[in-house]
Design a protein around this ligand. Sequence first.
Ligand SMILES: [Zn+2]
Length: 123
Amino acid sequence: MKVNYKRYGLYLLRWQASTPILAGVGILLATMGQIVAAVVANLIGGLIFFWVDQFIFTSQSLAAQWEVRDNITCVDCGRTARGYRLVRSGEYDRTQDHAPEFRCEECSLKKSHELKGRGIKID
Ligand SMILES: [Zn+2]
């Protein structure tokens, strides 16, 4: 399994953010039964972290974005094939590219390797 370290880091921070809720359980424990306190704390946590987790695991801003098109002419080798281009990954942003360059799978892999060599992170 490939780990997206941005997502993993956010997920670890998310667990730290649940610490105040656990602290709240201590306060609730003082005034009500343990089971009720745990149910209330988990309900509050679920209401908050459902949305946080959904962002962490589905946000496209945390992953490299690729565009795939059929029947392109590869900008490197001229072959007609299914084409790929990296649209955005971290600081690399070609979302406003008016003349996007597509590459066949083989050339795309070479280009990805080159971009990684320049320090661009590609998932
Ligand atoms: Zn090619």
